[in-house]
Ligand binder design. Structure first.
Ligand code: HEC
Ligand code: HEC
Length: 292
């Protein structure tokens, strides 16, 4: 009697119910799994309306690894103060005296200050021992003038009484390429900017008889040098025969074309969009003649 009673308590009493229970036993976990997968994978949806296909997201994903920024040479330059550059760059070593760097605020500076500002600037620009040239910055980003200001900031925070270096003359849109040259080293970046500016207006006329080494050298000195002098981004270095030989072997027309149209990290015309094709070709000829 009691056993029969137990049987009656079972929820599955008919074959129909058994089938329903078996199907539910399969379906419920599957539905849960599908919901979970959907929930976890939600962010990866790439359909319309998801952020994955927005213009910005796509642009970021397909952006080239290295980008070349060609600055507008006519825009007035805003210089960092000595304190700003110190905090952004030099403090990495000079705040705590890392790697034997003279520590700001300490007596380490006395003998350096004693040798004079010019000597300190020379060493900071060229590097010495564990001190990287320009504190590791590129002359494209940080001018000699700003390095000088950072030195004055550090020296004066360490007992010195140095004068701020004079600000280099701003390039007067296209006019005086030679002006900042008076500041010698202090204005080399500004001089390049001024030369770029004058190039924009003067270059097409300078082509003269259609490309000669003189015009080529001029364009090289003002534009191409930025990368080709030191081999920035693996640009073949000026005068480096081994780097140029395989390129020269492809023929002068190939080189002219590559320089005008650009090649990988090499921007078209080296970024000097207003230079004439003849001048760019002349610059190539000049570079090739130096590597033969
Ligand atoms: C990676 C570390 C490091 C960074 C970054 C660095 N320095 Fe130095 N600096 C040194 C070391 C090390 C010395 C000492 C070199 C020596 O005398 O052998 C030094 C020395 C100097 C000196 C003294 C040169 C002399 O007269 O003997 C000046 C000036 C200087 N640094 C300026 C700067 C400026 C300006 C910056 C930032 C733009 C900077 N440093 C960034 C490590 C660094
Ligand atoms: C922003 C840096 C940069 C500037 C500025 C620049 N170049 Fe280049 N250049 C490169 C790089 C990087 C390469 C190597 C490209 C490669 O082979 O992938 C290169 C390669 C070349 C080549 C070899 C092309 C070949 O077919 O092998 C020539 C010629 C050349 N540059 C000429 C010039 C001239 C002329 C100028 C100035 C008007 C100039 N470059 C300015 C970065 C630059």
């Amino acid at each position: 009697m009691s056993e029969a009673h137990n049987e009656h308590e079972s929820l599955i009493k008919t074959p129909k119910q058994l089938i329903a229970a078996v199907i539910a036993g399969f379906l419920v976990p599957i539905v849960i799994i599908v919901l979970l997968v959907n929930y976890v994978g939600n962010n990866a949806l790439t359909g319309a309306g998801s952020s994955a296909m927005t213009e910005k997201a796509v642009a970021e994903r397909i952006a080239p690894v290295a980008t070349v920024e060609v600055k507008d040479a006519n825009a007035p330059r805003v210089y960092q103060t000595g304190e700003q550059l110190y905090k952004a760059v030099c403090a990495a070593c000079h705040a705590a005296g890392t790697a034997g760097a003279p520590k700001v605020g300490s007596a380490d500076w006395a003998p350096r200050i004693a040798q004079g500002y010019d000597e300190m600037l020379k060493i900071a620009l060229a590097g010495k021992g564990a001190m990287p040239a320009r504190g590791g910055t590129s002359p494209d980003d940080v001018t000699d003038y700003e390095i000088g200001r950072a030195i004055v900031y550090m020296a004066n925070a360490s007992g010195g009484k140095l004068q701020e270096p004079a600000e280099p003359a701003q390039p007067a849109s296209g006019a005086a390429a030679a002006a900042p040259a008076s500041g010698a080293d202090a204005g080399s970046a500004a001089a390049a900017a001024a030369a770029m500016a004058s190039l924009k207006t003067a270059a097409p006329a300078a082509a003269g008889a259609g490309g000669n080494l003189e015009a080529g050298k001029k364009l090289y000195d003002t534009v191409c040098m930025a990368c080709h002098a030191s081999g920035v981004m693996n640009a073949p270095k000026f005068g480096d025969k081994a780097a140029w030989a395989p390129r020269i072997a492809t023929g002068i027309d190939t080189l002219h074309n590559a320089a005008i149209k650009g090649l990988n990290a090499m921007p078209p015309k080296g970024g000097a969009a207003n230079a004439s094709d003849d001048d760019v070709k002349a610059a190539v000829d000049y570079m090739v003649s130096a590597a033969k």
